[in-house]
Design a protein around this ligand. Sequence first.
Ligand code: DX5
Ligand code: ZN
Length: 216
Amino acid sequence: MKKIIAPSILAGDMGRLAAECRRAEETGADILHADVMDGVYVPNISFGFDVIAAMSGSCSLPIDVHMMTVCPQKYIKELKDCGAASVTIHHDIAPEDEVKAALVAIKEAGMRSAIALRPAFPAEDVFPFLPYIDMALVMTVEPGFGGQSFMEDMLPKIAAIREASFDLDIEVDGGINAATGAKCAEAGANVFVAGTSLFRAPDMKEAIKELRKNIK
Ligand code: DX5
Ligand code: ZN
């Protein structure tokens, strides 16, 4: 399965947003991860559609938007308009039927759809959504902040989702570096979000190369 590296712009220098997006592209990223936080679903506030539009306008990488918000289903048109290529929503933001409807709407708008699971939720929670998603995101930290430590006990969850689907993209997010990325790849993940370990590395190109080598 194709391995995809997704630097998280949250760890970039926000004062130089466009240059940071281009830096990710030039140093070998496959896609760019954008964390939208509303201060309600998670205890932090990050950025919104104008920033995502600036990201998509400044490089040619597909933008992978991770909605850590309570009502992502209200903003599907805005997400499409700002240039999101894929939209990930958390499965516990609404009753199952509403979440399914939001996933259908994301796909109807021409974007890829994904479901995210916070660390407390089991692999099985993703199963009802399998017909509606292109990707499952296994959070490997509590969502809300960059720079946290990888949770090893998420590895069996990755393996259980991989067992249920051989062609689903499985993304991991939180504390990912070359060492933890290797463990996730072994468990079955193929999309690797990394903020701190890439944007704050002494040499981003080397860090991406090292991560790519370890997840082969
Ligand atoms: C955390 C975000 C992550 C974050 C990862 O809530 O969803 O995408 O940017 O940052 P690192 O790689 O520093 O853990
Ligand atoms: Zn994220």
